[in-house]
Design a protein around this ligand. Structure first.
Ligand code: ADP
Length: 377
């Protein structure tokens, strides 16, 4: 059972081939600086063929596609047909950079392998369980009806994958059956999710991935009136402000760097703006942990994932220090251990369990694709 997972972006094509009988990765590749998606697919097939895995896309059992925005329509992985394509097209205004590139990947794969079942897996689906009071903004209600303005949330595949791993661990080792979890996906983009008994009940990214935590180059939460002020004072236009908040802000805006490894190095060498950037990054996360503990009416576990969450013992410690008032007691020694899939980070006295878990969005997409093609439609 060979399933190919495609992540077709505007300028790159990421792919992984899985053997789903043993959940093993057979091959993974990245084609960068893609100008022509058709050419990228041809290059990918050449690479897979050179390794002897498949000779053409038609040799696959299924293809799973990462799609960024599924709006309110796609609550679960969905088999691709004409209706699915049209619905993803209708969602382009909500994700103008991502959905068109995702669609190109789907259409190319369909062209080369019309008989291979394809499944679209959405970054937003996991958060479609949010209650209305968590997803409606304090704006005129008709903006929701007319313009679909609401919180959607992203990183859903990752939050789902790590929260399931965490729940399995807590059930097996602590008899916790319905854990209340906060999942922290900390990469270049970063988001938090509050998960109650397997369901996402709130998340920090909003209508777009700009809201919430401080990120590599995105501001996260700010007072929206800053934009009006800047427009009035500097004459900045919409594109400029969009660029400012999405590309020139966050860690990069504060200390000039968006790579956390470099920022930590610089902070250790005495760079005060790098230290400030780290402080803001961790403090914002602490605030979300507090808010989501209240939303969940208590907390059983915190999950660190994404490039920073999985790898930076330093950031994990900064986030969890001085949180014992909330029953979060961190073990700085365990935090230094290397690990394969899951590392416990709490002290034996801690009420809240803390874990670093390696996310695997590609495997999750492959698994969901496999389940979707087996399920009766
Ligand atoms: P993306 O969101 O683009 O998928 P990743 O999840 O790979 O990004 O995360 C990238 C971030 O993880 C970068 O800021 C990088 O510096 C950081 N990172 C990776 N390893 C470490 C580490 N050992 N210590 C601190 N930061 C790290």
């Amino acid at each position: 059972m060979k399933i190919l997972v495609l992540n077709s972006g505007s300028s790159s094509l990421k792919f992984q081939l899985f053997d789903m009988t043993c959940h093993k990765v057979l091959y993974s590749g990245l084609i960068e600086q893609v100008r022509d998606h058709q050419q990228a697919i041809i290059t990918m097939v050449k690479q897979l063929s050179a390794q002897g895995h498949i000779h053409q896309l038609a040799d696959l059992d299924a293809i799973g596609h990462r799609v960024v925005h599924g709006g309110e329509y796609f609550k679960q992985p969905t088999l691709v047909n004409q209706q699915t394509i049209e619905a993803i097209e209708q969602l382009i205004p909500l994700a103008p950079l991502h959905n068109p590139a995702n669609l190109l990947g789907i259409k190319m794969a369909q062209q080369y392998a019309p008989d291979v079942p394809q499944v679209a897996v959405f970054d937003t689906s996991f958060h479609t369980s949010l209650p209305d009071y968590a997803y409606i903004y304090g704006l005129p209600y008709e903006l929701y009806n007319k313009h679909h303005i609401r919180r959607y949330g992203f990183h859903g595949t990752s939050h789902y994958y790590v929260s399931r791993q965490a729940a399995r661990h807590l059930r097996a080792h602590y008899n916790l059956e319905q854990p209340r979890l906060i999942s922290l996906h900390l990469g270049n983009g970063a988001s938090a999710a509050a998960i109650d008994n397997g369901q996402s009940i709130d998340t920090s990214m909003g209508m777009t991935p700009l809201e919430g935590l401080l990120m590599g180059s995105r501001s996260g939460d700010i007072d929206p009136a800053i934009l009006f002020y800047l427009a009035r004072e500097t004459g900045a236009g919409i594109q400029e402000l969009d660029d400012l908040l999405n590309k020139q802000s966050g860690l990069k805006g504060i200390c000039g760097q968006n790579d956390m490894r470099t920022i930590i190095e610089q902070a250790k060498q005495g760079n005060t703006l790098s230290s400030l950037a780290i402080h803001i990054f961790c403090y914002r996360i602490k605030k979300y942990i507090g808010a989501y503990s209240a939303a969940l009416n208590g907390l059983d576990g915190i999950i660190f994932t994404g490039g920073i969450g999985e790898n930076s013992a330093f950031i994990r410690e900064q986030v969890c220090s001085a949180m014992d008032g909330l029953g979060i007691e961190f073990d700085t020694e365990k935090n230094q251990n290397s690990y394969d899939k899951l590392l416990e980070l709490h002290s034996s006295a801690s009420k809240v369990k803390i874990m670093a878990i390696r996310t695997n969005e590609e495997l999750e997409i492959a698994t969901q694709t496999y389940m979707a093609i087996r399920a009766p439609q």
